[in-house]
Design a protein around this ligand. Structure first.
Ligand SMILES: Cc1ncc(COP(=O)(O)O)c(C=O)c1O
Length: 401
């Protein structure tokens, strides 16, 4: 049965799956940002986590070379370039001391986000359940929802340092759940976890036959001595887990669109199957160039960490002057803080910041139910601009009481 739209054309009746996911919050703020910019107003945009730092020189040079090689002009291999897969497996060994088979346990992706959505399409049927701790990176829940499944939101609360209370998950949810997402260092909270959480998760997911998905987009962005673990450092994890690694934040390559997924070979094969119907894999030139990033010594990341750490300190110290007393996050590139009581919603507070202080942020509600009441600042501009953002908040009388 088809119904026609109010414009009378049946093709304008969009698939119902688009109605399963919210989109309006971003759209509204984006429209507002655009209006201000068109008026010539200088908006300090701290909304998206899109790194402003340059991509590595070695990758850019390799890209120029790869562009001259006509073999790269043809379709990429569906399974990804062998060289890339071997280099990724070597990096996993160098960084986490874990062994992965490059042929069957590594798969290049045009971004973790795309990979997460394709994973859900490959695994989730209507009626299936995914466990997603929230606030979360929205793709963790959106993939499941678009595939017609439902999401059990597990709260990440400030009083628990934004770590999940695994014992609180009802057994019937564990019985039904097919996927369990976990992501530390965490977007949006900046929280980090130790290997003990991963051990407990591997135990629960093994016992209940749930696929554990670790999203390690911020593995190299940690501060004050914290070192992020990989799920594969837990014995037996490969039986039930996969892990997403992205170039977007580690190498400031968000626009190049490259990532990889590692782990359980059956799941990787399922993702491959799904993707053969949808895309042609990652651009040959991007793969050939980004291989070089794996050779960058791990110690080099310290430079990037120092930049984000200094930005973190500017914002947390600045917010302190305005009445917020928040702990300095040990990971990722965000500051997550509560909305002053006089605002009814995180959206209302963000709109005020945008309209009056010309500072763009993201309302916590867009990261899931347990994100409401907070907002997120992304550390994607330099220290002076971040200081100016705080100054602008002060000038319009924003305080946390
Ligand atoms: C936790 C997390 N995973 C994945 C992504 C997106 O990664 P990619 O650029 O590889 O799609 C983000 C982006 O902000 C993120 O915060």
């Amino acid at each position: 049965m088809t119904t026609t739209s109010k414009h009378g054309k049946k093709f304008l009746k969009l698939a119902s799956r688009l109605g399963y996911v919210p989109s309006y919050i971003f759209a509204k703020l984006d429209a507002e940002k655009l209006k201000l910019s068109e008026k010539g107003i200088d908006v300090i945009d701290l909304s998206l986590g899109s790194p402003d730092l340059p991509s590595p020189e070695i990758v850019i040079k390799a890209c120029e070379k790869a562009l001259q090689d006509p073999t790269n002009y043809r379709y990429p291999p569906f399974w990804g370039q062998n060289k890339f897969k071997h280099a990724a497996a070597n990096w996993m060994k160098k960084r986490f001391s874990v062994e992965l088979d490059p042929e069957s346990e590594i798969f290049p992706l045009a971004g973790s986000k795309e990979g997460i959505a394709h994973l859900a399409l490959a695994l989730i049927d209507p009626g299936d359940v995914s466990i997603v701790p929230t606030p979360c990176y929205p793709a963790h829940s959106r993939g499941t929802l678009l595939a017609g499944g439902s999401v059990y939101e597990l709260p990440l609360l400030e009083k628990n340092n934004y770590l999940p209370d695994l014992d609180s998950i009802p057994q019937d949810i564990l019985d039904k759940a097919k996927m369990f997402f976990i992501s530390y260092p965490n977007n949006p909270t900046g929280a980090t976890c130790g290997i003990e959480l991963f051990e407990k998760l591997v135990h629960i997911c093994t016992k209940n036959e749930i696929l554990l998905i670790s999203d390690l987009a911020y593995s190299e962005l940690t501060f004050d001595g914290h070192v992020a673990p990989s799920i594969f450092q837990v014995k037996g994890a490969k039986d039930i887990a996969i892990e997403f690694h992205s170039f977007s934040k580690t190498y400031s390559m968000a626009g190049w669109r490259i990532a990889f997924v590692a782990g359980n070979p059956d799941i990787i094969k399922a993702m491959y199957e799904m993707k053969t119907h949808i895309d042609y894999g990652v651009c040959n030139i991007t793969q050939a160039a980004s291989i070089n990033a794996f050779d960058i010594p791990l110690s080099e990341h310290e430079k990037t960490r120092t930049i984000y750490k200094e930005r973190r300190d500017v914002v947390v110290d600045g917010l302190k002057e305005l009445g917020w007393n928040i702990k300095k996050p040990l990971g990722a590139m965000y500051i997550w803080f509560p909305v002053p009581k006089q605002y009814k919603t995180s959206f209302e507070f963000c709109s005020t910041l945008l309209e009056k202080a010309h500072v763009a942020t993201i309302p916590g509600g867009s990261f899931g139910t347990y994100g409401e009441g907070y907002i997120r600042i992304a550390l994607v501009d330099n220290k002076d601009r971040l200081k100016t953002a705080i100054q602008r908040m002060k000038q319009i009388g924003i305080y946390y009481k």
